[in-house]
Design a protein around this ligand. Structure first.
Ligand SMILES: Nc1ncnc2c1ncn2[C@@H]1O[C@H](COP(=O)(O)OP(=O)(O)O)[C@@H](O)[C@H]1O
Ligand SMILES: [Mg+2]
Length: 287
């Protein structure tokens, strides 16, 4: 293949879509209430997509559908979800197990609940490496310590031996991020991953998530009810309201010139405490 042809193809590779959600509808099968009423969004390789919207607007269940993890009683009633070009609608359990973890992974608001309270956290990281990456005991421990360092835990040896209740929320989220990136996924979803943390820790963990995303070449979806969180990191943003998307676009554009009344409200709320300054910085970068 000629060099010229290779060069020509590069932009297409850059723009590869890793996730495409098309007209997704989610219904509560018990009372037939439509919870998500047809949402479309896509994620390209290396992109950071922000999903913002008030509590209960359908962000988490949409992403749970994308992960193949809808709660019992909820079902996808229409639309399609394509992961890495594969339509997931006929995915078996085995298909999901193949894709989840090493293709797409997620961290949530409550990292502690994903860890076993009676096992040292380092052992839990190592166990994932043993089971999912087939590492031997020693190699798994070494790699777990490396990962704990990578998520900016200053004393990996000490933290390795600690139990979940000995760690703060921020530290637990770092451990969960270490587990998440350990399988070299291509998509990371951070669903309210910093919401429960103190403001300074929130900023540190958000910064870490972005750093991991860049270093591992991941595509990232940051989900938050807080526009400031999403605005700090996302290239593109979609705004959920009552199970539909009311606004979307490049983050800087949406912040500078929100079209929908609800987005305007979100932006104006944040002008009270500093998003205003952020917006003008973004605008300065863009123009
Ligand atoms: N397990 C569940 N069973 C029934 N309804 C649910 C369940 N989980 C979420 N819902 C409903 O789905 C809607 C969207 O919830 P969710 O996606 O969690 O909102 P968000 O993440 O935007 O705060 C809400 O009306 C919520 O009550
Ligand atoms: Mg949620």
């Amino acid at each position: 293949m000629s060099i010229l042809l290779t060069t020509e193809f590069e932009p297409e590779i850059e723009l590869e879509t890793v996730l495409r959600v098309n007209d997704l509808r989610i219904v509560n099968e018990v009372d037939e209430v439509v919870l998500v009423g047809g949402v479309d969004f896509e994620l390209r390789r290396g992109e950071v997509l922000g999903i913002v919207g008030e509590s209960g607007s359908g962000k988490s269940i949409s992403l749970r559908a994308v992960l193949g993890l809808l709660p019992a009683g909820l079902a996808v009633s229409a639309g399609t979800i394509e992961l890495f070009g594969e339509d997931t609608s006929h995915f078996t359990k085995a298909d999901w197990n193949r894709v989840r973890g090493s293709g797409i992974t997620a961290v949530f608001q409550d990292p502690g609940s994903y860890l076993n309270p009676s096992i040292q956290v380092g052992k839990q990281v190592a166990e994932v490496l043993r089971v999912k990456r087939g590492l031997g005991r020693r190699a798994a421990k070494t790699e777990a310590l490396t990962l704990l360092g990578e998520v900016r835990i200053h004393d990996p040896e000490l933290v390795f031996r600690q139990y979940p209740h000995e760690l703060s929320g921020g530290m637990l989220q770092r451990v969960l991020l270490a587990i998440a990136v350990s399988l070299e996924p291509r998509i990371l979803i951070a669903d309210e991953a910093t919401t429960a943390l103190d403001v300074t820790v929130q900023a540190e963990v958000l910064d870490l998530i972005v750093d991991l995303t860049e270093r591992h070449g991941l595509s990232l979806i940051v989900v938050s009810h807080d526009l400031a969180v999403v605005a700090q990191v996302a290239d593109e943003v979609v705004v959920f309201r009552d199970g539909v998307i009311v606004e979307r676009g490049a983050t800087a554009q949406v912040l500078r010139d929100p079209r929908h009344e609800y987005t305007r409200l979100l932006v104006s709320e944040h002008e009270l405490y500093g998003l205003d300054r952020f917006t003008s910085e973004v605008a300065a970068h863009v123009s």
